[in-house]
Design a binder for this molecule. Structure first.
Ligand code: BGC
Length: 757
């Protein structure tokens, strides 16, 4: 018997029930007599938010490095860098005596209005999954656990505890689950945190299908499931669904409910034992990592600076950047002196130190003179005097740097954004400054896209600096002065207006229900399919150098789905400066049975190149790179045919492509039924095999009845409207030509079909 099984055997029913409920806001229940230690779980995701006394709820957290938020980190597209951030987070957990950090968050950015998007990576499930797996592997390589959250479909803050996210199976599988799936399969997070919301009517905490059938049975998750704080409704039902640890605690009523349910025979004790086993496995595993000591705050600040710089996205540049010879720079905007570097809510970190962007600029500006004007108030009020003073400054300088940050009232955990807009004052400020100073660079700090149409044409350059973490001030200076050549690319589309966004008609729902009516078409999948031009496409980001893509190729012109294929492209730095390029690989299916997005990201790589240097970048495409989820077969499906492999500098800037012919090895079950249409029969290889002997005769009969192929009687080929008729309906038109009734004939054909191999 294993050690854990022995411990479980010695535990009383009460102790087991108590272990499945937290002992406090951030700790699990210890059982001293059996040597079961307390375990501490704290937020996450981009820093360690550990309160001084983990047995109290709300107090100031102890200092820890505030790394860039997920929105910023995802824009690095640099899995190695993200891994390093994960390692650093773990080192801080060790020093601050934390066993599990609550993150990363991999919910999809369905709408740019979600107030918590800054905590999430992307609108693309593949990119989000790669980022999540990398940070989890980084953290867990040091013996600290993670909590992959919020599982699943927590894509808005509006009514987040009560809303039901309603979507079809294919959408769930292709868009809202794959980032969780990849993270589980590639990194085995120690814990997964369930979401608050319902999915198709069932709360995530009590969702057996999600927590057990998909997470564990299909994906092989080995850790335990923890509730989001306060997400459980029925403790017994949640246990049965596969939710092991309810947080926060203590909750006597919950412990009692579990004990009583077991005693009354309503809950199988084996279910409780299994939850206890899962929790104990992690509790003992985490106890093996010795906690305490200190962490290298300076080194982590430097890493935060590098990550922030690499995540910054140069959206526009008329050549004014990098800054160089200017002798007078007008620095405008409150966020130049009060860095806007993180968002509100559970992820709010007490930083170890905080860069002041203005001071960091000054450090790199040499003998250039920097002036400052506040530009706009902290809230959403309007103050013309601040604009006038800023213009004064801008006019007398060679270049203006306008720092714009959204007020905290406009984005945070707990509520969604009302719009994509900057404040009225900020828009007026940018317009006024650009009117007097054409050399104006706008530096944005925000967690999600903002609308820019009102002013972007007049700005010389725009840098998306995100909620950039505590070292972001220095990182902005690095990028503006060219110490760091920008290499960030958008992990989400920047729309022109809110009306253009994919979920616009369905978000935020009503009557406690939000219908994911756009289905699989979120983010660039939507903009591509509808040919709606965004402000900046997914994957976009400029550099101070230029890159050329050449020689696209595949390891084979044809491949089987199970073998996959490797594809390569040569990338050359054709400019004067060293730089890094994010090479993106999208797959386009030329023909498929179900509708597919025009292209989907299936691989990427970040490559560093000296001026003139060329590197061959190689990518592996596997079964899933070509597959889609077919709801009728309830599985991932590949189909024979040609796929274009697109090498892009962004989703809208495809530089090279090659084509591979895929051979599917799947033997799909037959899904023909009595309801299947003539088209479905003819498109199904087995269906056509049994239909073939009578098919031609039936078609001829049909046409004869309606006046020939030209369909004189009805002005069209009768087969034109017959194809979408159930086969029995088609037979009805055959009259006496059939020896049996249409229904009997179909049943016989079905019998034959299901006997075929
Ligand atoms: C948030 C989680 C967080 C937890 C603990 C919840 O309200 O949704 O992301 O980890 O609180 O602070």
């Amino acid at each position: 018997m294993t050690q854990i099984a022995e411990v479980i055997q010695k535990m009383t029913l009460e102790e087991k029930a108590a272990l499945c409920t937290g002992a406090g806001p951030w700790t699990t229940t210890p059982v001293d007599r059996l040597g079961i230690p307390e375990m501490t779980l704290t937020d996450g995701p981009h820093g360690v938010r550990r309160v001084e006394d983990v047995h109290t709820f709300l107090s100031m957290s102890v200092p820890a490095t505030c790394f860039p938020t997920a929105a910023s980190m995802a824009s690095t597209w640099d899995v190695d860098l993200i891994h390093q951030v994960g390692e650093a987070l773990a080192k801080e957990c060790i020093a601050l005596e934390v066993d599990v950090i609550l993150g990363p968050g991999v919910n999809m950015k369905r709408t740019p209005l979600c107030g918590r998007n800054f905590e999430y990576f992307s609108e693309d499930p593949y990119l989000a999954g790669e980022m999540a797996a990398s940070i989890i592997n980084g953290v867990q390589s040091k013996g600290i656990g993670t909590s992959l959250k919020h599982y699943a479909a927590n894509n808005q803050e509006t009514q987040r505890l009560t809303i039901s996210a309603e979507m079809d199976e294919r959408t769930l599988r292709e868009i809202y689950l794959p980032a969780f799936e990849a993270a589980v399969k590639k990194a085995q997070p120690w814990t997964v945190m369930c979401a608050y919301n319902k999915i198709n009517g069932v709360h995530a905490a009590e969702n057996h299908r999600l927590l057990t059938e998909i997470l564990r049975d299909e994906w092989g998750f080995e850790g335990f499931v923890v509730s989001d704080w306060g997400a459980v409704h029925d403790r017994v039902e949640a246990l049965e669904a596969g939710l092991d640890l309810e947080m926060p605690g203590p909750r006597e009523v919950r412990v009692k409910a579990v004990v009583e349910a077991v005693r009354a025979g309503e809950l199988d004790e084996a279910v409780l034992d299994e939850a206890v086993r899962r929790i104990l496995t992690i509790v003992f595993q985490s106890a093996e990592t010795k906690k305490g000591g200190s962490f290298d705050a300076a080194a982590h600040h430097a890493l935060a600076r590098q990550a922030a710089a690499d995540g910054m996205v140069l959206l526009k540049n008329n050549g004014i950047l990098p800054l160089g010879s200017q002798k007078r720079l007008a620095v405008i905007g409150r966020s130049a002196k009060q860095a806007y570097y993180q968002g509100g809510g559970s992820s709010h970190i007490n930083p170890t130190q905080l860069d002041n962007p203005f001071e960091e600029l000054q450090k790199l500006a040499g003998d250039a003179e920097l002036t400052y004007a506040e530009g706009y108030p902290a809230d959403e009020s309007f103050d013309q005097a601040l604009i006038d003073a800023a213009c004064e400054n801008a006019r007398s300088a060679e270049t203006a740097l306008v720092f714009i940050s959204l007020p905290a009232s406009k984005e945070s955990e707990g509520f969604d954004r009302p719009d994509l807009d900057l404040t009225t004052q900020q828009i007026a400020l940018i317009k006024a400054v650009t009117a007097v100073q054409p050399n104006t660079v706008v530096v944005l700090n925000n967690g999600a896209p903002v609308a820019m149409s009102a002013w972007i044409d007049d700005a010389a350059a725009v840098l998306e600096a995100w909620m950039m973490g505590q070292a972001g001030g220095g990182a902005i200076a690095d990028v503006l002065f060219g110490k760091t050549n920008p290499s960030g690319k958008l992990a989400e589309t920047f729309p022109l207006t809110l009306i253009d966004t994919p979920a616009y008609l369905n978000y935020p729902g009503e009557n406690r229900t939000v219908r994911y009516g756009e289905g699989i078409f979120i983010g660039y999948r939507y903009y591509d399919a509808k040919a709606v031009a965004p402000l900046f496409p997914f994957g976009h980001g400029l550099s101070y150098t230029t890159f050329e893509y050449r020689n696209p190729r595949a390891s084979a012109a044809a491949c089987r789905d199970v073998d996959g294929v490797t594809v390569s492209v040569d990338v050359t730095n054709t400019g004067e400066l060293a730089g890094k390029e994010v090479v993106q690989v999208y797959v386009h299916d030329r023909k498929s049975s179900l509708a597919r997005p025009p292209k989907e990201l299936k691989s990427f790589a970040k490559v560093a190149l000296e001026p003139g240097e060329t590197k061959t970048v190689t990518f592996t495409l596997d079964f899933r790179s070509f597959a889609y989820f077919h709801p009728a077969y309830a599985q991932w499906v590949t189909e024979d045919g040609e796929f274009d492999i697109l090498f892009g500098a962004s989703s809208a800037d495809i530089r090279q492509s090659t084509t591979v012919t895929l051979q599917s090895t799947l033997k799909l079950p037959c899904i023909l039924t009595r309801e299947s249409t003539l088209r479905e029969w003819t498109e199904d290889p087995r269906g056509m095999r049994v239909l073939a002997p009578i098919y031609e005769q039936m078609v001829a009969g049909m046409r004869a009845n309606f006046g020939g192929e030209d369909g004189e009687a009805i002005g069209m080929d009768p087969m034109g409207f017959m194809m979408d008729t159930p086969l029995s309906g088609f037979f009805h038109f055959q009259g006496a030509a059939l020896p049996k009734s249409p229904e009997e004939t179909v049943d016989e054909l079905l019998e034959q079909v299901y006997q075929l191999p």
